[in-house]
Design a protein around this ligand. Structure first.
Ligand SMILES: CCCCCCCCCCCCC[C@@H](O)CC(=O)SCCNC(=O)CCNC(=O)[C@H](O)C(C)(C)COP(=O)(O)OP(=O)(O)OC[C@H]1O[C@@H](n2cnc3c(N)ncnc32)[C@H](O)[C@@H]1OP(=O)(O)O
Length: 195
């Protein structure tokens, strides 16, 4: 992403140039849910499930499917937040497994999110918001009555509900990370409600 920006001097076209890698890795992140379910990692299934599914949703059902929004600045916001987060997180896991965890990586894992989480969420919400007029105009992914199954679905309202669902869900993830931060960096005992 940095190289793209240095070469082109604009964010336009950035999504197109990284989309294959993005889709590949974010889709494979589904394995993280499987790892929690089968107990390979001691992480909350609920927290991981919400985290991974919201990104899969952003990648496939929003950014991939709605081409006119792919050059929005808000896409860069969430791409940068996700990328910095995952580089830090997987470095943390790798060095932890090697039993040589540099303090900076540990510090970064449990501090960067304080800024990156709200920035990433803002990018995601602004991107969905930018998609709304297009979705309304085209009626994409919507099922209108009458039809032989007698079922109706409006993707526009689904997007509005998804945006609203960030209000109760995002604080849960954020406070989970704040509790993890206290536990890992300050050694405080933490009680998780969902475990
Ligand atoms: C269908 C439509 C759905 C729409 C839903 C809409 C609602 C969405 C609301 C909110 C969405 C948020 C969106 C999100 O995309 C925004 C962003 O991400 S912005 C960027 C900033 N993000 C972050 O900073 C994310 C921070 N969060 C997390 O990292 C996570 O909460 C999570 C990884 C899920 C959990 O972290 P936690 O600290 O609880 O556990 P860990 O898994 O890190 O660690 C537990 C122990 O397990 C070891 N572990 C885990 N995985 C591995 C691995 N792969 N390899 C090796 N070891 C691993 C880890 O070391 C820990 O071990 P120990 O306890 O011994 O230290």
């Amino acid at each position: 992403m940095v190289r793209f920006y240095m070469e082109k001097g604009t964010h336009r076209g950035l999504y197109k140039s990284i989309q294959k890698t993005l889709k590949f890795f974010q889709t494979f992140a589904l394995l993280e849910i499987v790892h929690c379910l089968i107990g390979i990692v001691p992480t909350s299934v609920l927290v991981t499930g919400v985290q991974v599914s919201s990104r899969i949703f952003m990648v496939w059902l929003v950014t991939h499917s709605i081409k006119p929004i792919q050059n929005e600045e808000s896409v860069v916001l969430f791409l940068v937040s996700w990328t910095v987060t995952e580089i830090t997180r997987y470095s943390f896991y790798t060095f932890s497994l090697l039993n040589h965890l540099p303090y900076f990586i540990k510090w970064a894992r449990y501090n960067f999110f304080i800024i990156l989480y709200p920035v990433g969420v803002a990018g995601e919400l602004l991107t969905i918001y930018a998609a709304l007029p297009y979705v309304k105009k085209t009626g994409m992914f919507s099922i209108r009555l009458p039809n032989k199954y007698n079922v109706s679905f409006d993707y526009y309202y689904f997007l509005l509900i998804t945006m609203a669902s960030y209000i109760p869900l995002f604080p849960q993830l954020y406070f989970h990370m704040l509790r993890q931060r206290r536990k890992v960096l300050h050694g405080e005992a933490v009680v998780e409600k969902d475990e």
